[in-house]
Design a protein around this ligand. Sequence first.
Ligand code: HEC
Length: 160
Amino acid sequence: MVRSGIALAILTMSSATAALAADEAVSIEAGARIAVMGGCHDCHTSGYAQSGGKIDPANALKGDGVGFQGPWGTTYPSNLRITVTKMDEDAFVSFGHSFQARPPMPWFNVHAFSEAELRSFYRYVKSLGEPGEPAPAYVEPGGKPVTPFIVFAPPQMPAQ
Ligand code: HEC
């Protein structure tokens, strides 16, 4: 009785582990899906939102030349194809779990990726091909961007 209970527990545990392992498989395809579900294209792929979510392979994750301006200055979604040329996969896993960036980059969301998800994302970005040009450089608060930009600040509420 006790023995079969233990056997059942082991069996249950090992099938749960197998399911987890399958979910955690590292692949370019998983990375492509994570980039969509994580909302990474929303900012890092120009024209993505305007096209209703079509990923133009020529632009995918190459960043955007339209800035976001707020109290932090003006930031531009980085060209992530260039980011992955600067580090190997192991370094990207450490980076992905620790980096911080200026708004509106939700860097804390990337910290929540599992190691397998970061590896898959890295392989997907690597698979996209030639890195292209960097996004425009960050502009300090009060500086004058030479590109179009979106003002990212709450409006002042009228006095009641
Ligand atoms: C709301 C827009 C937005 C979204 C959504 C977004 N990013 Fe960003 N991201 C940015 C901006 C803007 C920067 C540049 C910030 C700066 O200049 O400090 C950036 C920077 C980064 C960097 C730093 C690049 C480097 O070379 O230092 C990484 C990595 C990154 N984003 C990954 C992601 C991933 C992965 C996702 C999806 C989970 C994502 N981003 C979603 C706007 C966004």
